[in-house]
Design a protein around this ligand. Structure first.
Ligand SMILES: NC(=O)c1ccc[n+]([C@@H]2O[C@H](COP(=O)([O-])OP(=O)(O)OC[C@H]3O[C@@H](n4cnc5c(N)ncnc54)[C@H](OP(=O)(O)O)[C@@H]3O)[C@@H](O)[C@H]2O)c1
Length: 282
């Protein structure tokens, strides 16, 4: 490995694996890590961090759910000679108040922004791919998505755009120093509208139903989440319903010089790939 290698954390995740592919295609030396990589990286095992950081110039940081260790990671990165950090945070991280989400996101941002290294923070809105690669997928395959969200729209962003932006920032030293980018899709739509588009493109009668935050938390607990985690996820929807995160921004165009992909573009790709097929439909 040369000493201009880029470290990608969360490299098996939704953004990380796409960032890795883009960097490799462009010829950037990459060390892709997670708990399942040859060079193992586990946020709960700091003993392995120095090996991951050896020879690294730039790091893409996907913080753990509770980002206490990010401060220690940044100190180790500085000691290892890392020059630049790009943190994946969340849309409007400074409007989340004293919620657990807000405190966690700001803690990770504080660690990166307080460092002596060149840093950039990416704050994407909710990912479109949550509907086929994450929490909303299983309920949709079963036919109904039920969430504590009503008329407040969300500017869903395509993870391909998040990865394009991350790859650009990671490979353009200096240009994005000290910048916080609020990355959104081109328009906001409600969860009901999103499910309607998915239903049409996939040719299945999928429905959306609004439930209370308490009902939603109870469902998550039935699905195996701890009471605490379920409460935090439900809390996120309560914050979204305040409407502070419903607007779109031009930050993706600032980074990439083009408009973001539409939700419809995402839906046709995922539907064509069979994302929401009934499990018994062959
Ligand atoms: N989903 C959204 O709508 C959304 C929107 C804005 C921001 N975000 C932020 O995006 C981040 C998640 O990124 P993502 O969606 O790209 O990832 P993801 O799909 O949630 O995958 C998580 C990644 O982290 C790794 N990982 C999990 N636990 C780990 C641990 N203890 N130590 C080291 N690595 C660990 C996983 O790999 P292994 O299992 O192999 O370790 C995987 O590569 C979160 O910080 C979230 O707040 C999400």
């Amino acid at each position: 490995m040369s000493n201009d290698t880029t470290l990608v954390l969360g490299a098996t995740g939704k953004t990380g694996r796409r960032v890795v592919a883009r960097l490799r295609l462009g010829g950037t030396p990459v060390r892709a890590v997670s708990r399942s990589s040859p060079t193992r990286f586990d946020w709960s095992d700091p003993g392995g961090w120095d090996a991951a950081l050896r020879g690294i110039a730039t790091a893409y940081v996907v913080a753990p759910p509770v980002p206490g260790p990010v401060h220690e990671f940044v100190a180790r990165a500085e000691a290892a000679g890392v020059r630049r950090l790009v943190l994946l945070s969340g849309h409007g991280a400074d409007t989340w108040g004293d919620s657990t989400f807000g405190l966690d996101m700001r803690s990770a941002e504080d660690a990166v922004r307080g460092s002596a290294l060149e840093w950039t923070v990416l704050r994407p809105s909710n990912f479109a791919q949550n509907f086929d690669e994450d929490v909303f997928h299983a309920p949709l395959v079963a036919g109904e998505l039920a969430l504590p969200a009503d008329a407040v729209p969300e500017p869903f962003i395509d993870v391909e755009d998040v990865a394009d932006a991350a790859a650009a920032v990671l490979t353009e030293p200096g240009r994005h120093a000290g910048r916080v980018y609020e990355l959104t899709g081109p328009r906001a739509l409600t969860f009901g509208e999103a499910v309607e588009l998915i239903s049409r493109a996939s040719g299945r009668p999928l429905t959306y139903r609004q439930v209370s935050p308490a009902e939603y938390a109870a469902t998550l607990v039935e699905e195996g989440l701890s009471e605490e985690d379920a409460h935090h996820v439900a809390e996120m929807f309560v914050l979204m319903e305040r409407g502070l995160l419903a607007g779109t921004t031009d930050d993706l165009a600032t980074v990439l010089g083009r408009a973001p992909r539409t939700f419809e573009d995402y839906v046709v790709r995922a539907a064509a790939a069979g994302a929401w097929r009934r499990p018994d439909s062959g």
